[in-house]
Design a protein. Structure first.
Length: 74
């Protein structure tokens, strides 16, 4: 069996470390409905990849969206 420690595909290590979440997982993290997540994806506010008939959202994109949307009170 071949070792997976090398860069077999010639791609970047960044893609290999990327974690994708389902719409339901994103909704749970953000504490919103799945429909809200779908709206964010369709509007382009939240990047996503289509896999078959479903979407996968990069975990870092969710954290970035929350961070950039946060309006703290001073």
């Amino acid at each position: 069996m071949a070792s997976r420690s090398g860069d077999e595909g010639g791609g970047s290590g960044e893609l290999r470390e990327m974690r994708f979440l389902t719409v339901a997982e994103v909704a749970q993290i953000m504490r919103v409905s799945k429909m809200t997540v779908y709206r964010l994806v369709h509007s382009g506010e939240l990047p996503a990849v289509r896999v078959g008939r479903s979407f996968r959202v990069p975990e870092q994109a969710v954290h970035r969206y929350i961070r950039d949307s946060y309006s703290g009170t001073a």
